[in-house]
Design a protein around this ligand. Sequence first.
Ligand code: 5GP
Length: 191
Amino acid sequence: MNKGKLIVFSAPSGSGKTTIVRHLLGKEDLNLEFSISAASREPRGEEVNGKDYYFISLEEFKKHIKAEDFLEWEEVYRDNFYGTLKSEIERIWALGKNVIFDIDVAGGLRIKHKFPEQTLAVFVKPPSVDELKRRLKQRSTESDDKINMRIAKASVELATAPQFDTIIKNYDLDTAKKEAYQLVKAFVNKD
Ligand code: 5GP
């Protein structure tokens, strides 16, 4: 099988990484396919099963862990498990495409360590923790408790930024999108 490249985007929740990843998916020349993660949480807003995530029960998730079906998985928030199924990467490689991931920092670094040459690991940095808080509140898809949990985690995640191949500062979304496109384009076109 022709193994494509792996492009990891990691960042604290609310940094804008999902918006950047969606933007890149719209660029046909990059030949990207989104890695749909398995998640044990409930769908939010307009999210669709099999498109945004494979929404599965906690019980089912734990069965997959036991069966070693995951390339990586994390309990990102308490009782909220997320993971990349090995079968998902095989599916995308079989299509002859490069894989793009929107995953948390621990999962992102794990993929980088497993496939060091094939992976471009990008950290998306928000302007500040206060701005992150503002964006999460504006999104208003979660309770205050959940938002606070995400913010508490953000400081820990920000400290991992130097371990990534590159950091994109998302202070201005259009600039960040352009920078991301140039970076990924150079990486996917490299031998
Ligand atoms: P959300 O609940 O906002 O969709 O995602 C919460 C966090 O889990 C985000 O940082 C998201 O990138 C991360 N995440 C999503 N899928 C995966 C995955 O497969 N593995 C890991 N490690 N994190 C993931």
